[in-house]
Design a protein around this ligand. Structure first.
Ligand code: AMP
Length: 469
């Protein structure tokens, strides 16, 4: 029996009513490449038919040949960049998914993770549905195709009331583009405008590249239908307390983006300032683990008065090391990604700032690297609390067993990463720095409080996830 794989982190982008829709989507995906480097795809509509091109690889590689855009005609298009874990990294799982059904054709691109996917899939299979992929997204397409409702909006709504978890979705039919953000609003999604064209993107940085104007964020539980009648908004789902993902601020989104009403760079810098208030260390320099640690390290340096330096250089021409599905490649990856600047580090007491420790392998290698470049002391600081719990809503954090902080004390982790000291940000400090206001952010990866329940899966139950001490 094939199990449904979670969709994990991804980026979605769509354009409605532009003569070069596929080309703009290509640019949009380029700007969202940090949200997934495993595979990508674009589906366009010429008003009568849907056309698709998708493959494993980076956007620049999959769309390297200009001729491809001739095969993607039409004035609307949606695209997807995908990031996934071992097992699902196969070409049949590349998105957008495109299917023909009794009402025509429909394509869908998904960012997030449906927590009751396996249950729905088992039920659909019992009724005779045949699944082509192992992606949770395919469930939505099956439910939609089975709906007897007349409008696409109603079919989508009918399908999604069955679905629980995290989803930002973009649907494309021959004549309509529909954007949906789940009621909890876990993942970001925004609406832009460029002349007479509408644009939808996971993050606002994709609108900037297209010189599209940022109109607004799509709200939790909102369904936006874009067609010849313009943009129409609906709230068909039961209202719940929104819980956007705090980890988007900490690590995942690009610093130049505005998500959940805030600029990511400013939030990360404030996380660094708060880290300095909570962890006072005597040191000569503060260095970031590039790129995600840079704003937090700047914030730390400004708050503490300790000099900021770029002590580690990053090779930008490889994907994020974490993305490689094989453990052996990830180990190798830290070295090919980062190299110390010896003249900056030699003889110094160094504070190195990263956004998270997951398994601990990256931090350990980085500390050793800084020490072998001649540092007198290496102090590791993390601009977030310890990642104790896995994410079920689309961030690729591994099972509890693999999360070093779920089973080790801070002192044990310090020893493992071989740092002179190790400090994290408190949960309260993180909330203060993010400036959560009245919003109840999802911080399940730090607290274990999961805002949307999910069916218990045995291995995790055995690992004690449901036995919080
Ligand atoms: P590890 O070696 O497993 O401890 O990985 C830690 C590194 O992975 C840090 O430098 C983080 O910036 C990065 N990281 C944290 N969470 C994720 C994630 N969900 N996806 C990719 N990279 C991540």
């Amino acid at each position: 029996m094939k199990f449904v794989r979670p969709e994990e982190e991804c980026g979605i982008f769509g354009v409605y009513n532009h003569p070069e829709a596929a080309n703009l989507t290509y640019l949009g995906l380029y700007a969202l490449q940090h949200r997934g480097q495993e595979s990508c795809g674009i589906v366009s509509s010429d008003g009568m038919y849907l056309h698709s091109h998708k493959s494993m690889g980076l956007v620049a590689d999959v769309f390297e040949d200009e001729e491809i855009f001739r095969t993607l005609p039409g004035k609307s298009a949606i695209g997807h960049v995908r990031y996934s874990t071992t097992g699902s990294s196969v070409s049949k799982n590349v998105q957008p998914i495109i299917v023909d059904y009794s009402r025509g054709s429909i394509a869908v691109a998904h960012n997030g993770n449906i927590v009751n996917a396996q249950m729905i899939k088992d039920e659909l299979e019992a009724w005779g549905s045949i699944f082509q992929t192992t992606m949770d997204t395919e469930i939505i397409v099956h439910l939609l195709a089975m709906s007897k409702a007349n409008s696409l909006l109603d079919r989508i709504t009918e399908a999604l009331v069955r679905v629980e978890g995290a989803y930002c979705l973009l649907f494309l039919s021959e004549t309509q583009m529909v954007a949906v953000r789940d009621p909890n609003g876990f993942r970001p999604l925004c609406l832009g405008k460029r002349g007479d064209s509408y644009v939808v993107a996971s993050e606002s940085c994709a609108l900037d590249l297209l010189e599209a104007q940022f109109v607004r964020e799509i709200e939790p539980g909102e369904v936006v239908v874009i067609d010849k009648d313009g943009v129409n908004s609906f709230f068909p789902f039961k209202k719940v307390n929104p819980t956007p993902c705090i980890f988007e601020f900490i690590y995942f989104a690009r610093p130049d983006s505005y998500i959940f009403g805030k600029n990511v760079y400013m939030v990360r810098k404030e996380l660094g300032r708060q880290l300095a208030r909570e962890n006072k260390i005597e040191a000569d320099i503060v260095i970031p683990v590039p790129d995600s640690g840079v704003p937090a390290a700047l914030g730390y340096a400004q708050e503490s008065g300790i000099r900021f330096e770029f002590g580690l250089m990053r090779n930008h021409y490889i994907g994020r090391t974490f993305i490689e599905p094989q453990q052996s490649i990830r180990h190798f990856g830290v070295k090919i990604k980062l190299n110390p600047v010896k003249d900056i580090i030699k003889g110094k007491r160094v504070i190195v700032i990263d956004d998270s420790i997951v398994r601990g392998t990256t931090s350990r290698k980085i500390v050793k690297m800084i020490r072998s470049a001649g540092a007198a002391e290496v102090h590791t600081l993390i601009s977030a609390p310890p990642t104790d719990y896995p994410c079920y809503y689309g961030i690729d954090t591994p099972t509890r067993k693999e999360l070093i902080s779920s089973s080790h004390t801070i002192e044990e982790i310090r020893k493992y990463v071989t740092a002179d000291s190790l400090g994290y940000l408190s949960v309260e400090g993180m909330m203060k720095a993010v400036g959560t206001g009245n919003t109840d952010f999802c911080r399940a990866c730090f607290s274990g409080d999961y805002p949307v329940e999910f069916p218990i899966r045995l291995p995790e139950a055995q690992l004690g996830l449901f036995n919080k001490e």
